[in-house]
Write a protein that binds this ligand. Structure first.
Ligand code: 0XT
Length: 305
């Protein structure tokens, strides 16, 4: 039985990956459902054999009576914001004072809900909101129902990662159309819809709303030398990583990315509210350190509202 449960779990996870991430299912839904129900039956007769990465964690209907507080072992800092090229140049000059020839990496700032995910030996043990950076809300059960969040990484490591949960625009429109039909108030924007969804106490609601994630930061001790390597490592581990990113050497190249992101904004499948510019080399990030509340080595350029 144990080997059949292992076989079903691996097969169903592969099919789910093809369906949700590659958007290229290799089996019909009824084949998936047949195997899924065989696994549910085997797991309910042998609960001690349920695997950590079983797809049944993603859809089982758990109704929470509230969210526990979660104290983050690492302070989840936020970013300083700038709203113009001039302000950005002031930040860049400050960096250049300590790092003469900086290499920057420019990333998109997804307009979603900040998440931190805690893995032990490769298994997702906790997912929490950022909260005030020290204490957030434990929303593990809800996050397990975000289809692109890996329940088990490709390596059995302990790691803490940060990212954003968001609602793709297509799912946002579908959700608001459904709410209109049910006479419910529409969500103002995908960010509010994502936040509202993750605050649901009925986890089944999360499973059907189609949230997604992009991970961007290793909160635990760095095991790579640059931010770019961290992002590539995250892909190998099984995380979703936003592909729109570029290196820059100076303000002109940073601004070029910002202009490209501004043009790209309406074409994207998700909302962004700006661009994040970071010193790519992690040792240089250490050198620059933090102000009282934000890193000196990263800045968020916010698009004009
Ligand atoms: C270095 O810390 C951060 N990096 C980030 N990167 C991206 N792309 N988006 C964010 N929202 C973000 N937020 C923080 C606190």
């Amino acid at each position: 039985i144990e080997s059949r449960i292992k076989e079903l779990t691996e097969l169903l996870n592969k099919y789910a990956y093809e369906y949700y991430t590659l958007d290229r299912p290799s089996v019909e839904d009824d084949e998936y459902d047949r195997l899924y129900h065989e696994l549910v039956a085997l797991e309910s007769d042998n609960p001690q054999l349920i695997r950590a990465d079983s797809p049944t964690h993603r859809t089982g209907d758990v109704i929470l009576d509230g969210f526990e507080k979660f104290r983050h072992p690492y302070n989840l800092y936020s970013l300083g914001d700038v709203f113009s090229r001039e302000e950005l140049a002031v930040w860049e000059e400050r960096v250049r004072k300590d790092i003469p020839n900086p290499e920057y990496i420019c990333e998109l700032k997804i307009d979603g809900l900040s998440l931190s995910l805690y893995y032990e030996e490769g298994i997702l043990v906790t997912a929490a909101t950022r909260g005030d950076g020290l204490v957030g809300e434990n929303i593990t059960e809800n996050v397990k129902r975000i289809k692109d969040v890996p329940l088990q990484l490709s390596e059995p490591i302990d790691i803490v990662v940060r990212g954003e949960a968001y609602l793709p625009r297509t799912n946002f429109s579908k959700l608001n159309a459904e709410r209109e039909l049910e006479g419910l108030a529409a969500f103002a924007n995908p960010r509010n819809a994502a936040a509202g969804t993750l605050r649901q106490l009925d986890t089944k609601v999360v499973a059907k709303r189609g949230l997604a994630t992009f991970l961007y930061q290793e909160a635990s001790d760095a095991t790579n030398d640059t931010q770019e390597e961290v992002l590539e490592y995250f892909v190998r581990l099984g995380f979703q990583v936003n592909p729109v990113r570029k290196f820059a050497r100076n303000m002109d190249e940073i601004w070029e990315f910002i202009e490209q992101a501004t043009l790209l904004r309406d074409e994207l499948a998700y909302d962004i509210d700006g661009v994040v510019v970071k010193v790519n080399n992690l040792a240089q990030q250490e050198e620059l350190g933090f102000t009282v509340k934000a890193p000196r080595w990263a800045i968020a350029y916010k698009f004009p509202a």
